[in-house]
Design a binder for this molecule. Structure first.
Ligand code: ZN
Length: 479
């Protein structure tokens, strides 16, 4: 089958990328047929708000058979009408933002997240892409989960290309290891990872722990793409189908113990997304509709369960000790304890509204966080299932069932499906947790302290300077 071929190159001496794409199924000799349309995504997976990437489009033209440029008119903010006799489109994209989800070009880096800057034909989303990277010196490495040969990358369809970033640079750190039959790659731009040997060993440990919990891994290979800028402040990870991009900086930070812990904390979180979100996915995001906002109430599963599990697997894999897990939980609890918004809007409602103000502080006291309130709820669910089953089952057991039943066959999950599986695993319904803490705004503190006690941990809170409420978790010494 024919595929869409795209050439990508840097516009000389600029921070912009030039794209030229041929849509072979649209080649027409007639001048009087129906026009067609191309779409640029309005949002990207991993950030559930509009990204409005068309604001970075500098130019959008069609190229006719004589090579003449013809300006394309918009029919929507992110959609252009293409005359019937045009099958080649050329555009330019300003690429000067460097974070884990962006697209960026400089003298020594081409980092592309295609969902920012690739066009697709909404009527032909099953067509593959062949991407030629032009002007990249032969000695540059290309880090990506996409199959590649001779500076050409291949994606099987539109969903695949949109979820497959690449990073090209002359100075990439590269290490690989095998775990559970999976070929893992660790790439880094800007700086070699801190404590290199331990860094790789820790990756191997949490990969092993997660794979043995789920039983298998969704893909035969997986790539950790680290952006470690020397000067810039960054702390950010984005999950993809067969890879993740993690940005942390500046360099001084990643060489501290806290910086190291943050790096592997983000990495474990992102790997867990290979199952939860990339495959076990809310029905509203199955498949992703890049042309429109797609609110879902299940952010507390997508990000809450992942936040909780990412840290738990670091502990279970031995990358951090119990004290380390407790510190992470204390840091996490700082946010809900000091955010009255969680009493105003449930975590399910806050999930839906990430599309409005989920990634900024917004109106004070309005909303909660899908990450932290979602993680607290995941902890309560996990503890309840373990208590009900005498430790035989857990939230991990439920997630494995969701992986088998929904993730593998790519069936979207609903809130009912999620809570039904939890009930199945726990042996009884967990509706009080759902009503109070997922769909309701009840305070979780008492439930949290009880859940901590079942683990031999005492949870207390105290008011610090400037009225900040801090949680402290201590091991109970049994006499
Ligand atoms: Zn996440």
């Amino acid at each position: 089958m024919s595929c869409i071929s795209v050439q990508v190159s840097r516009i000389e001496n600029s921070s912009a990328l030039a794209f030229e794409a041929t849509f072979p199924h649209r080649i027409s000799k007639k001048k009087s047929g129906a026009s067609w349309e191309v779409q640029l995504p309005v949002w990207r997976p991993g950030r559930y708000e509009r990204g409005d990437f068309a604001q970075f489009i500098l130019k959008m033209v069609g190229i006719d058979v004589n090579g003449k440029e013809i300006k394309l008119e918009k029919c929507d903010l992110h959609r252009w009408t293409v005359p019937c006799d045009i099958s080649k489109i050329s555009w330019a994209f300003q690429a000067d933002i460097l974070n884990a989800g962006s697209t960026y070009v400089s003298d020594d880096l081409q980092y592309v997240n295609p969902v920012n800057c690739f066009l697709y034909d909404p009527e032909k989303v099953d067509l593959g892409y062949e991407i030629s990277l032009k002007g990249i010196p032969a000695n540059w490495d290309i880090a990506t989960a996409l199959p590649q040969s001779n500076m050409t990358l291949h994606a099987r369809d539109m969903q695949h290309v949109m979820d497959s970033p690449w990073m090209a640079s002359p100075n990439l750190y590269h290490e690989r290891f095998e775990e559970g039959g999976v070929d893992f790659h660790v790439w880094a731009y800007g700086e070699t990872p801190p404590q290199q040997q331990k860094f790789i060993e820790d990756h191997q440990s949490f990969c092993k722990a997660q794979i043995s919990s789920f039983g298998d891994f969704p893909t035969p290979h997986y790539h950790f793409l680290y952006l470690l800028p020397q000067e810039m402040n960054a702390r950010h990870g984005v999950e993809h189908e067969d890879s993740t991009v993690i940005a942390l900086g500046p360099t001084a930070k990643i060489h501290t113990q806290n910086g190291y812990d943050e790096l592997i904390g983000i990495a474990s979180h992102e790997l867990y997304h290979a199952w939860n979100v990339k495959r076990i996915r809310p029905s509203e995001w199955t498949p992703y509709n890049f042309a429109d906002t797609s609110p879902s109430q299940l952010g507390y599963v997508a990000e809450g369960v992942t936040t909780y599990m990412g840290d738990l697997f670091l502990y279970e894999a031995g990358c951090i000790d119990l004290k380390g897990w407790c510190s992470k939980m204390e840091a996490l609890l700082l946010r809900p304890l000091n955010n009255p918004g969680r009493h105003n809007m449930s975590v399910a409602e806050s999930s839906y509204d990430t599309w409005l103000d989920g990634y900024r502080s917004g109106v004070q006291g309005r909303k909660g966080s899908i990450y932290v309130e979602g993680a607290v709820l995941a902890f309560l669910v996990d503890t309840r299932i373990k208590t009900l089953t005498g430790g035989d089952s857990s939230l991990s057991t439920a997630m494995t069932i969701l992986w088998e039943r929904f993730g593998k066959p790519r069936i979207g999950i609903t809130a009912d499906a999620y809570w039904d599986v939890l009930a199945e695993v726990g042996g009884q319904r967990l509706d009080d947790l759902r009503v109070n803490y997922a769909d309701g705004t009840s305070d979780t503190w008492n439930a949290l302290t009880e859940a901590m006690l079942t683990k031999g941990l005492e949870l207390t809170k105290s008011t610090q300077e400037k009225g900040i409420i801090k949680a402290t978790i201590t091991e109970i010494k049994l006499t």
